[in-house]
Design a protein around this ligand. Structure first.
Ligand code: COA
Length: 264
């Protein structure tokens, strides 16, 4: 395991839920939270992936469980959170990472295609946050970290459904931060840019080397670098931070062209 810049017991005694935690960025977030002492639950739609991911986490010494749910279904989400509370007895950290993506121009995007991504990203974040708040956070406080993106700040071709959903996630974050602050619940956003090897990047950017070479840091990020930002916001190190957006993209949103094939 790498040498983390954070204290290894930063999250000792805490329990976390990561949606979409079986693969890609979600799995790395689960590894990083678990690697700093948290017990970790992951959920997604695909049980095979979840089982494999929990095996991996356990091999690294992390106490991990999984639940199967579609974040678009509030009833399924509620069942998973009930199960997590039964298993861990608490839920301090919720990471809304589950997301959908495919590249499509608006002219070829069906209303149902648009809805599928908005439902996974935005309604899913609402469902999981609300269930966690109703069942645990309202009484005990905690931290919610919503994974958004940076492409909605300027817009991006072939991503109308995604930028719409992520702008909603940013807005929902601020609204819930305001409503839940007095209950000791902090709600923040991590907004990642392109990361090497993730499903989202494969689907949207193809080989992202050329795109990311244009960011100020001149390289794509790693999922670990994004997960470290989640760890920071989930931890007591961020105890006075709520309603914030932490962009983790090498500065790319400042300089990236608006479309994958833009002459930029
Ligand atoms: N291009 C255009 N439309 C597409 C599409 C594509 N590549 N993939 C799916 N759609 C449309 C479907 O055609 C359907 O619309 P229709 O009923 O009008 O035909 C709609 O999206 C829903 O599709 P469905 O197959 O029922 O999907 P779903 O509810 O399981 O969700 C995805 C589909 C693609 C959104 C989802 O499976 C997904 O995103 N998976 C990948 C996860 C991922 O990439 N994560 C990283 C995020 S950064």
């Amino acid at each position: 395991m790498r040498r983390s810049p954070f204290r290894p017991d930063l999250l000792q005694g805490k329990a976390a839920l990561v949606t979409g935690g079986a693969t890609g960025l979600g799995l790395e977030i689960a590894r990083v939270l678990g690697g700093h002492g948290a017990r970790v639950a992951i959920c997604s739609r695909k049980e095979d992936n979840l089982r494999a991911a929990v095996d991996t986490l356990r091999q690294e010494g992390i106490e991990a469980i999984y639940g199967v749910c579609d974040v678009r279904r509030h009833d399924e989400v509620t069942t998973v959170i009930d199960d997590v509370l039964r298993a861990f007895g608490r839920l301090d950290i919720v990471v809304n990472n589950a997301a959908g993506n495919f590249p499509a121009p608006i002219s070829e995007l069906s209303p149902n295609g648009f809805k599928a991504v908005v439902d996974i990203d935005l309604l899913g974040t609402f469902n999981v946050s609300k269930a966690a708040y109703d069942l645990w956070l309202r009484e005990h406080g905690g931290a919610v970290v919503n994974i958004s993106a940076a492409i909605q700040y300027r817009g991006m071709a072939l991503q109308a459904h995604v930028v719409s959903a992520k702008a909603g996630v940013d807005a929902l974050t601020r609204a819930s931060a305001i409503e839940w602050g007095s209950d000791g619940v902090r709600v923040n956003v991590v907004a990642p840019g392109a990361m090497s090897g993730t499903e989202g990047v494969k689907r949207v950017a193809g080989d992202n080397r050329q795109r990311t070479a244009r960011n100020p840091l001149q390289r794509p990020g790693s999922t670990t670098e994004v997960a470290d930002a989640v760890l920071f916001l989930a931890s007591d190190a961020a105890s006075y931070i709520t309603g914030a957006v932490l962009v983790v993209d090498g500065g790319g949103w400042l300089t990236a062209p608006g479309a994958p094939d833009s002459p930029g």
